[in-house]
Design a protein around this ligand. Sequence first.
Ligand code: DX5
Ligand code: ZN
Length: 214
Amino acid sequence: MDRDLIIAPSLLSADFSCLKRQLEAIEDIVDAWHIDVMDGHFVPNITLGPFIVEQISSIVSKPLDVHLMISDPLGYADAFLSAGADILTAHIEALESDEAIEGFIDKVKSAGKKVGLSLKPATGPEVLLPYIERLDMVLVMTVEPGFGGQSFMDSNVYKIVWLKDKGFDGYIAVDGGINNDTARVVKQAGANFLVAGSFVFGSNPTEAIRQLRG
Ligand code: DX5
Ligand code: ZN
């Protein structure tokens, strides 16, 4: 992950019946793989758990960027770290106290992995202030978490600018509705990590990734 702009396809839009083939086809041109973990409680959808993350980690070599959309990220962090997560991101809305947030950050960092916090569209970036210096990534959601294929909400772009203004020098990641056009908008604002699901896997992945790099 030594590029200035990280492209992380979201496996949520891949075809799991031939996942290995789909990932191998583009592994050389991506920087990381984004894996969406949903529990049917924090978000109204269920996807996959540590067992599948471990299987994915055995078929790819690029870092795994695991996005936890679950109600108890602190309780499950160890399981996803053991399964092979290289970046582990929790929603700040799911961590109900300052101790829980610090605890999540401590756990991921003491495993030697990168830690991120994510913001739902309705959450303002100020909540990150006490933790910002310890974070490797902030994941700005530009759709309501839960499903791929939704439209980009440009009302979240100010959060990218806010992070730049605060001097945040980790990954400013954007997730939801990223395509050729919206990628330009978020890169312009300062994002350096793009997650894209339906845009990458919906047509020609190689061409889509080329377009995202711009
Ligand atoms: C949504 C997930 C996203 C999703 C993005 O809750 O966090 O990672 O896969 O999909 P697209 O790129 O189709 O909006
Ligand atoms: Zn995601």
